[in-house]
Design a protein around this ligand. Structure first.
Ligand code: ZN
Length: 251
């Protein structure tokens, strides 16, 4: 053994101790979290919740302050449900069930939107669909506003259909909303592939353009990229109807 190595061995822990105490002093974020105003912490966690359930779950496990803050109503209201299937093939665990119940209690717009879509498109509870979508729309859920317009277009009632045409046109006035609609159309299409679409109202294909020649639009015309050229609200709504009809599972 090299002379003095025993002493070196004894000295090392002391050096490590001093290094680790420096690291502890530098890191110390856990106690700093206590200094973040609770409202700000909840707002930050809500934004994380909006993008990923897994990230918020990990944050929850990381420390006591995070654990408490993630239980706030505001966080549950913004919780992403992307990790939860629309129609679970296997029964949900008690934990998953209580998580979704809390999302409902906290008026999470996404869970209300999902319920509205399921109620209407499966045809099981079409009468309650609009109520769920209305609550999600009140929280500015663009997808819920869009599906509400679709329901009005397929209502089979001329007045409601006209209201649907106007509402859809109003929705598309904003460039920002138009951009988001693309994402919501794709999401809806995806959801429709995962359920039994059996609402008989969807079997009739309404026509909204009131011009006899339908502005000479081609029958299968669906091109949202050139939609800015569409100045007829009826043609614009017809475009959505064709998109939806093309998104329905083949029956
Ligand atoms: Zn037209």
């Amino acid at each position: 053994m090299v002379k003095g190595s025993r002493n070196l061995g004894r000295a090392t822990p002391a050096i490590l101790r001093s290094q680790s105490s420096k690291i502890m002093k530098r890191a110390a974020p856990a106690s700093n979290i206590e200094n973040i105003p609770r409202e700000l912490l909840i707002e930050i966690l809500s934004r994380i919740a909006k993008s990923s359930f897994t990230d918020i779950h990990n944050a929850k496990l990381s420390c006591k302050d995070f654990h408490e803050a993630t239980e706030d109503t505001h966080v549950y209201r913004h919780m992403s449900l992307d990790d939860f299937p629309l129609v679970p093939w296997n029964p949900l665990s008690e934990k998953q069930q209580s998580f979704l119940t809390k999302c409902k209690e906290c008026q999470n717009p996404e869970i209300m939107y999902r319920q509205g879509v399921l109620d209407y498109f499966t045809g099981k509870r079409p009468e309650s669909a609009l109520g769920h979508l209305q609550r999600a729309s009140n929280a500015n859920h663009i997808g819920a506003l869009y599906v509400t317009c679709i329901i009005l277009l397929f209502s089979g009632d001329d007045e409601l259909k006209a209201a649907g045409v106007r509402s859809m046109a109003f929705l598309k006035k904003s460039n920002n909303v138009r951009r988001k609609l693309k994402e919501h159309r794709d999401k809806l299409k995806n959801m429709l592939m995962r359920m039994w679409v059996e609402n008989p109202a969807l079997r009739r294909r309404p026509v909204c353009c009131t011009r006899r020649d339908n502005h000479r639009r081609k029958r299968g015309w669906v091109d949202f990229d050139v939609e800015e050229d569409v100045h007829c609200e009826g043609c614009s709504a017809d475009c959505e109807i064709r998109f939806l009809a093309g998104s329905l599972p083949q029956q």
